[in-house]
Design a protein around this ligand. Structure first.
Ligand SMILES: NC(=O)c1ccc[n+]([C@@H]2O[C@H](COP(=O)([O-])OP(=O)(O)OC[C@H]3O[C@@H](n4cnc5c(N)ncnc54)[C@H](OP(=O)(O)O)[C@@H]3O)[C@@H](O)[C@H]2O)c1
Ligand SMILES: *[C@@H]1O[C@H](CO)[C@@H](O)[C@H](O)[C@H]1NC(C)=O
Ligand SMILES: *[C@@H]1O[C@H](CO)[C@@H](O)[C@H](O)[C@H]1NC(C)=O
Length: 287
């Protein structure tokens, strides 16, 4: 037992050192001055906070989501923060052809694209799957297929600009938990699709980076409301502005994956070591 504990601590120490080297901050905000960015899910939550960071760094932005009123408010604040240009385009990503429309709007306004930031999600309650396959299908369109449709429309211009795709995902896209069957499916799908695409781009000599962002619990209003609706043990929510900055840095440094908070990486790394124990812990935690 002592031997096991010792080797476990050794592995943790070595991986912490390795990660520290891997995650040294090479971010230069100058890179983002004048960069052309299309940002989805920008009307609230983490997307809204990303809009403000990009604005401060002097990027030229197209922001999208469904709620035009809120997009206008975000645009105003971006301009106050120093954004050079901000355009908004209301669009519902449940409708497949809107991806092409949003991308065409972006090219009309900005002329080219450096960052495609895919962040929006459709609303789905944190509860057991009710057998509603329609809802799962709708969520797959909003959370996954629209990301693919936007990528299809953006790739030609991203290839020309040696641009970047940033995909906002979740711990639920790497580790399965209850009450999130459809959400989890859409996030696992993103992992599979975009990790495969990253290989293909590299094999074709295309310098388009793909950054997958694995997030823990973040203190957005929607996330807090969903968790509150369940009787859960107290949880730590991490702040959306810091999360937004970590995502932007990951994209700008062309990282393959980022984990926020950092310890999320450890859960992903060790989850399959003791599956029976893991499942017992999950079941008692999510009682
Ligand atoms: N918050 C967390 O705890 C957490 C944890 C892990 C991962 N994440 C990931 O982080 C990202 C952002 O999460 P968040 O908590 O910031 O979400 P949020 O606050 O609920 O914001 C979601 C955004 O998506 C937009 N949206 C919703 N339905 C849409 C539709 N049908 N078409 C187009 N846009 C739509 C919303 O605007 P409109 O309503 O105006 O359309 C809003 O701007 C997501 O990818 C999420 O999976 C979050
Ligand atoms: C859009 O956002 C505004 C401001 O938060 C809110 O008052 C309004 O109800 C929202 N509209 C829709 C259709 O959700
Ligand atoms: C993209 O990268 C290639 C090779 O690395 C380079 O030749 C080309 O000039 C770059 N294009 C732009 C727009 O930066």
């Amino acid at each position: 037992m002592a031997g096991f504990a010792k080797s476990f601590i050794l592995i943790l120490t070595v991986s912490a050192g390795f990660l520290a080297v891997l995650w040294r901050d090479t971010f230069d905000s100058e890179l983002l001055s004048g960069a052309h960015v299309l940002l989805t899910g920008a009307s609230q939550g983490i997307g809204e906070q990303m809009a403000y960071h990009y604005a401060k760094f002097g990027a030229e932005l197209v922001i999208t989501a469904r709620n035009e009123t809120r997009l206008k408010q975000v645009k105003e604040k971006c301009l106050e923060l120093g954004a050079k240009k901000v355009y908004l385009v209301p669009a519902d990503m449940a409708i497949p052809k809107n991806a092409e429309m949003v991308m065409q709007f972006t090219l009309d306004k900005l002329g080219s694209l450096d960052y495609l930031v895919l962040n929006h999600i459709g609303y789905d309650p944190f509860q057991m799957w009710t057998g509603d396959a329609e809802l799962t299908s709708w969520l797959m369109q909003v959370n996954f297929l629209s990301y693919v449709q936007l990528t299809a429309a953006a790739l030609p211009t991203l290839i020309k600009s040696n641009g970047s795709i940033i995909v906002v995902s979740s711990l639920c896209g790497k580790v399965a938990i209850p009450y999130a069957a459809s959400y989890s499916a859409s996030k696992f799908a993103l992992n599979g699709f975009f990790s495969s695409l990253r290989h293909e781009l590299a094999m074709q000599g295309r310098d388009v980076s793909v950054t997958l962002c694995i997030l823990g619990l973040i203190d957005t209003q929607s996330s807090q409301e969903k968790i509150k609706a369940r009787n859960m043990p107290p949880m730590i929510f991490y702040p959306a502005p810091e999360t937004a900055l970590a995502i932007i840095k990951g994209g700008a440094t062309r990282a393959q994956e980022i984990y926020y908070p950092w310890w999320v990486a450890i859960i992903v790394g060790v989850q399959d070591w003791f599956p029976a124990m893991r499942d017992k812990m999950i079941h008692s935690y999510f009682q």
